[in-house]
Design a protein around this ligand. Structure first.
Ligand SMILES: Nc1ncnc2c1ncn2[C@@H]1O[C@H](COP(=O)(O)OP(=O)(O)OP(=O)(O)O)[C@@H](O)[C@H]1O
Length: 294
C-alpha cells in the first residue's frame, strides 16, 4: 500500500493537519458532510458482518468525491450511513454540522428531505407522475409549493425543457437520470449522493450525466459523493477515495485520469483478494482533497 501526500488547495490547511484534527467547521460555513469514526455492523454473533470499521472522512463544499473499492468493501453502506438512510453502529455523521445521531426519526426525515439529495442507478422515479411532477415532489413532501417557473427552470437546466409532461416510461435512461438529478437538487441540498448514477447508461449517455454532475460542482458549488465502479466516471471527481474491507485505504485526485485510477483499483483488488482484510479495524482518517492516510 502506498502513502502519498499531494499539495493541498491554497486556501485549505495541510491535509495531514486536517486528518489529525478534523475540528469543528467554521460557524459561517459548516462542512456539508463529515463522518467521524463510523462503524457499521450488520447482524449479531457469528453471523455479524462489519461493513465499516471506523471511517473518518470530510466532504468539503463544492467538491466531487468518487468512492471506489472491491465488491463488498462497504461503498454502499458508507453512502447510506452518510445520507442518514442507515444508522451507524458507532461513530457519528454530521450534515451541515448537525449530528444525525442526535435527531429523532421525524427530524432525520426532514433533514434528509431538505439537505440531502440522492440519485440511484435505477433512477427511482415515480412511474405515475410526469417529469415535472417528479421534480416537484420533494417540495410538495416538504409542504412547499414550487415558485412559478421553478420546476420548468430545473428541467431546462438539465436539458429537459420539452419533456415536462412525459412520464418516466416515455423517457430514455439518460433523460430519466436527468429528471432524477433535477429532483435531487431542487431543494438545494448540502450534499448530493449518487450510487452508481451511470451504471445503467451507455458510455455516451454516461458522459452527459457526468458532465452535468461536474457542472453542479463547478458552477453551483454542489458537494457530490458518488459511488462508482467505473474509473472513467471517477476521473470526473476531484478526489477518488478507495475503500477496502470497510476502510478508506488510499486516495488519488481524479485528474490523474481513468488509467491511473484503474491501475490503483487493480492493485487494491490484487492485494485484498482472498484475504479477510489486511487493514486495521481500529480506524482511519482521510481528510481534505488529495490526502492519503491508509
Ligand atoms: N443489510 C445487510 N445485512 C447484512 N450484511 C450486509 C447488509 N448490507 C451490506 N452487508 C454486507 O456488508 C458488506 C459491505 O456491503 P456493501 O453493499 O456496502 O459493499 P459494496 O462495496 O457497496 O459492494 P458492491 O460493490 O458489491 O455493491 C458486505 O459484506 C455485505 O454483504
Amino acid at each position: 500500500m502506498t502513502t502519498e501526500q499531494t499539495t493541498p488547495q491554497a486556501n485549505e490547511p495541510a491535509a495531514e493537519h486536517l486528518a489529525e484534527r478534523p475540528g469543528p467547521p467554521t460557524p459561517a460555513e459548516p462542512t456539508p458532510v463529515e463522518l467521524r469514526g463510523v462503524e457499521k455492523r450488520y447482524g449479531e454473533g457469528e453471523r455479524a458482518v462489519t461493513a465499516l470499521r471506523g471511517v473518518s472522512l470530510r466532504f468539503v463544499r463544492g467538491t466531487m468525491t468518487a468512492v471506489m473499492g472491491p465488491s463488498g468493501s462497504g461503498k454502499s453502506t458508507l453512502l447510506h450511513c452518510a445520507a442518514g438512510m442507515e444508522r451507524p453502529t458507532r461513530g457519528s455523521v454530521l450534515v451541515d454540522g448537525v449530528a444525525l445521531g442526535d435527531l429523532s426519526e421525524d427530524a432525520l426525515t426532514v433533514l434528509r428531505r431538505e439537505r440531502i439529495g440522492f440519485v440511484f442507478q435505477s433512477f427511482n422515479l415515480v412511474s405515475a407522475l410526469t417529469a415535472a411532477q417528479n421534480v416537484e415532489l420533494p417540495l410538495r413532501l416538504a409542504g412547499r409549493r414550487a415558485r412559478p417557473g421553478e420546476v420548468v427552470a430545473a428541467l431546462e437546466r438539465f436539458g429537459l425543457g420539452g419533456r415536462a409532461g412525459h412520464r418516466p416510461s416515455e423517457l430514455s435512461g439518460g433523460q430519466q437520470q436527468r429528471v432524477a438529478l433535477a429532483r435531487a437538487v431542487i431543494t438545494r441540498p448540502a450534499v448530493l449522493f449518487a450510487d452508481e448514477p451511470t451504471g445503467a447508461l451507455d458510455t455516451h449517455t454516461s458522459r452527459g450525466v457526468l458532465r452535468l454532475l461536474r457542472e453542479l460542482v463547478d458552477v453551483h458549488e454542489q458537494t457530490i459523493v458518488m459511488v462508482t465502479h467505473d474509473p472513467a466516471a471517477a476521473a470526473y471527481a476531484d478526489r477518488v477515495v478507495l475503500l477496502a474491507d470497510g476502510l478508506p485505504v488510499s486516495e488519488l485526485p481524479g485528474s490523474d485520469g481513468a488509467e491511473a485510477i484503474a491501475a490503483r483499483m487493480a492493485g487494491l483488488e490484487e492485494s485484498t483478494a482472498g484475504t479477510a482484510g489486511p487493514y486495521p479495524a481500529s480506524g482511519s482518517a482521510v481528510e481534505g482533497r488529495g490526502a492519503v492516510r491508509p
